[in-house]
Write a protein of this length. Sequence first.
Length: 386
Amino acid sequence: MTRLADRISRLGVESAFDVLVRAKTLEAQGRNIIHLEIGEPDFATPEHIVEAGKRALDEGWTHYGPTQGDPELRAAIAAHVAATRGVEVGPDRVCVTPGAKPILFFCMLALLEEGDEVICPNPSFPIYESMIRFCRATPVSVPLVEQRGFSFDLNIFRGALNDRTRMVILNSPHNPTGGVIPPDDVRAIAEMIADRDIVVLSDEIYSRICFDGRPLSIATLPGMLEKTIILDGFSKIYAMTGWRLGYGVLPPLLVDAVNKLMVNSNSCTASFTQRAGIAALRGPQDAPQRMVEEFRRRRDAFVAGLNTIPGFCCALPPGAFYAFPNITATGRTSRDLADALLNEAGVACLSGTAFGEYGEGYLRFSIANSMENLLEAVERIRRFVS
Ligand code: PLP
């Protein structure tokens, strides 16, 4: 083997996995590390969902299935999207994929060309920018503003739009800040792009992990469903990260393209996993509700704790399971402080810059760990900083 194709050099990575490896190495040396780096719920998949998965294996759901997804699951998803967003979409608009990540990847592959621009919140999930660059398009970073609850400055957003803009990415509740885009901002953004040939990628993977009501999906606004990709899935709300089950609700043109990309890559999503997904959507919802309530308790206690640490200032995140404190008053850079907390205080977290340049001055902590560990982390950080 002599060389890799150039396109591989355009792919980025998720530094959460790098930090996890470094934390594990320290643990192997006997160090005690509190893991607040990885963005996955620390809860078990609810039992009735696990049972449905096992039953599906026994019943023989172990073969190839339809590329677009199990028709019964697609119907359940369409009903769920109608109930949660109030938009009528048929199962024909639903594409099921192994996790929600392929929806990102496939829709970008299907839509973006060299020279196209994609408006991307910054900081944000690093896979957006990686995929945009992989497709030879250009990410246009629009900073999120802490004073606006980590929403856009709408004037800057407007200024970033031009004739090359092909896609706008919205993520609400947001990784890494936990911010939720205020409904008025969603309406203003919809108005700005209504007459343009722009597709919105609305990443709603955290839509049900929201502590004050539901975020407004841009797909529900007049004329927007036809130009919006709703991305959602089972990883976060049902603690099913390892099952790999996600979906997109897509404009019809994209459905065919995503099916083609699926046939050329995965063939289909695992059949028994999809049966478990039906049980998740149609079964009792008390386990996810309990999980969200527990995240709220942890968020309140952890953020209050962070705010007692000299140099830390953390807004209360209205959604997702992350805290994103401003640490500029510590006088250290984000990367330097994140490294020191791991190596010297035994707390693994991510530098805000792992999510883009405008993440400088912040750290991301996942609150997907026990209350006891979260409070211990606060004490370790306080001891280190003082
Ligand atoms: N979108 C965001 C903002 C995320 O944080 C994640 C996972 O971390 C995903 C999408 C992808 O989720 P999955 O592929 O596990 O469904």
